[in-house]
Design a protein around this ligand. Structure first.
Ligand SMILES: NC(=O)c1ccc[n+]([C@@H]2O[C@H](COP(=O)([O-])OP(=O)(O)OC[C@H]3O[C@@H](n4cnc5c(N)ncnc54)[C@H](O)[C@@H]3O)[C@@H](O)[C@H]2O)c1
Length: 307
């Protein structure tokens, strides 16, 4: 057990807890003393993690279902409250990939990935924040923490993952909106962009080293999630972290790269061209937003299936 970050008696939901990062995060939270509600679409996987937690002396119950279903989100929250009497943290982690270039992607591949990630984050958050808001309004002391799961794919515009990059960008925007709207009810929301060798990424990352430190072991993501879930991080909300073995990077908000003005009232097409042409001198043109200086590409390509 972590010596200082203790969650004794706290109750946490983890979605997609049956495997990979969600499993590691659930075990990390349980090690810190939290009681768990494990959500996953795969019953066997979720029950296996519940058994691991119980074998450690912890408590865990399972809610089986598609996280993007309204009823699943509702059931995760009501199960936490009916089983343990409270809810303290929600870790939105469940996810899938359907990688394809934008010009060959099917409707189904787009819709599934947007649905599981973005709607899956919304549905659970909708029910958890309603619970915390009701508690706050009843005068009870309230402290809720939401940890959402984005990805560096959103920052880098991962070329083979237009659905996934868009969903993960949406999750960051959703996190900021939740943080701002729910602060008055004692609720915080942060997002992580993790890296870990899991079923989702093992083909990209290859086998784990046979000896020594493995920076891509999913377990390395869990301590930040446990800390963000705990009241010890009460000053942290509306933030986005990149996290993997031995690294936790706090992202800065988007900044303005350059501002162009005209002294002659509104823009004309010629005036805007004169202002912008000198700025974009690179040949061939580079997509904007993130440069290697802000996030080294060599360290940031794990979600890109073509890298
Ligand atoms: N592994 C990485 O390097 C990495 C990098 C960036 C972001 N992420 C994100 O981290 C999260 C976890 O990824 P992972 O690598 O552990 O993947 P994983 O495939 O190992 O685990 C995902 C889990 O989610 C469950 N799941 C899938 N769809 C579901 C649904 N509709 N409802 C409920 N559960 C569902 C799966 O059954 C599985 O147990 C995802 O959101 C992923 O996008 C992972």
């Amino acid at each position: 057990m972590d010596s200082s970050v203790e969650l004794d008696g706290a109750v946490a939901i983890v979605t997609g807890a049956g495997d990979g990062l969600g499993r590691a995060e659930a075990l990390g939270l349980a090690s810190a003393g939290a009681r768990l509600v494990l959500g996953d679409v795969r019953a066997d996987a979720a029950h296996a993690v519940a058994d691991e937690i119980k074998a450690m002396g912890g408590e865990a119950v399972v809610v089986v279902g598609d996280v993007a279903e309204w009823a699943t989100g509702e059931s995760l929250v009501t199960t936490a409250v009916s089983t343990y009497g409270r809810l303290d943290a929600l870790v939105n982690n469940a996810g899938v990939v359907r990688d394809r270039m934008v010009f060959t992607m099917s409707e189904e591949e787009w819709d599934l990935v947007i649905r599981v990630h973005l709607r899956g984050h919304f549905v659970t958050t909708r029910h958890a924040t309603a619970y915390w808001r009701d508690r706050h309004k009843s005068g009870a002391p309230t402290s809720g923490s939401i940890v959402n799961t984005s990805s560096e794919a959103f920052l880098l515009g991962s070329p083979g993952q237009p659905n996934y990059a868009a969903a993960k960008g949406g999750i960051v925007a959703f996190t900021l909106s939740t943080a701002r709207s729910c602060a008055r009810y004692g609720v915080r929301a942060n997002a992580i962009c993790p890296r870990g060798r899991t079923a989702m990424t093992e083909q990209l990352m290859g086998a784990a080293p046979t000896e020594g430190f493995d920076p891509m072991a999913p377990e390395h993501v869990a301590p930040l999630v446990t800390y963000l879930a705990s009241p010890l991080s009460s000053r942290i909300t509306g933030e986005v972290f990149v996290v993997h073995g031995g690294v936790a990077a706090l992202l800065a908000p988007p900044t303005v790269r350059a501002t162009f003005r005209t002294d002659h009232g509104g823009w004309t097409t010629d005036a805007i061209r004169s202002a912008l042409d000198p700025f974009f001198v690179a040949d061939p043109p580079q997509p904007g937003f993130v440069s290697e200086e802000t996030l080294p590409l060599a360290e940031s390509t794990f979600d890109d299936p073509r890298s």
